[in-house]
Unconditional design. Structure first.
Length: 144
């Protein structure tokens, strides 16, 4: 087996280098930030409304959302004494930005559920929900 000639070696190095550049450009474009308006000037889709839940209750809870006066839809579950963020899916986004939140401690009667009053939240808003050890003492606030 003979050693490659300098011309073959240089060609293979150039080919590898150009392949790496092309690969990097393709991967970088796939991971690019898409929050800017596209090339036609259309506005980017606004971020969803997020419910940031801090569960101080010992039991796991299920969080429900009601956009406007619609029925309750399950948003997610939160383990006892933990925190998590739950994004409201675009299908449940209320046109007027009006929501109600219901928290149910798993394994307890529904009569003890916490139900918030009406919450006005635009897309991109974070609703901070604190689930208290006594569900009826839970509270919420809005942050940007």
């Amino acid at each position: 087996m003979s050693a490659p000639t300098p011309w073959t070696y240089k060609t293979s190095v150039r080919l590898r280098a150009s392949s790496m550049v092309a690969f990097t450009v393709l991967v970088g474009s796939g991971c690019a930030d898409r929050s800017q308006p596209d090339f036609r000037g259309r506005p980017a889709e606004a971020p969803p409304v997020v419910v940031s839940v801090r569960n101080q209750h010992f039991a796991d809870v299920t969080v429900y959302i009601s956009p406007g006066d619609a029925s309750w839809q399950r948003l997610g579950s939160v383990t006892g004494n933990t925190s998590t963020n739950l994004a409201i899916p675009s299908a449940l986004t209320a046109p007027a930005g009006e929501y109600r939140i219901r928290v149910h401690a798993i394994g307890t009667p529904e009569a003890t559920d916490y139900i918030s009053d009406r919450i006005l939240a635009a897309r991109g808003t974070v609703i901070e929900l604190t689930v208290a050890p006594v569900l009826g003492m839970s509270s919420w606030s809005i942050s940007q």
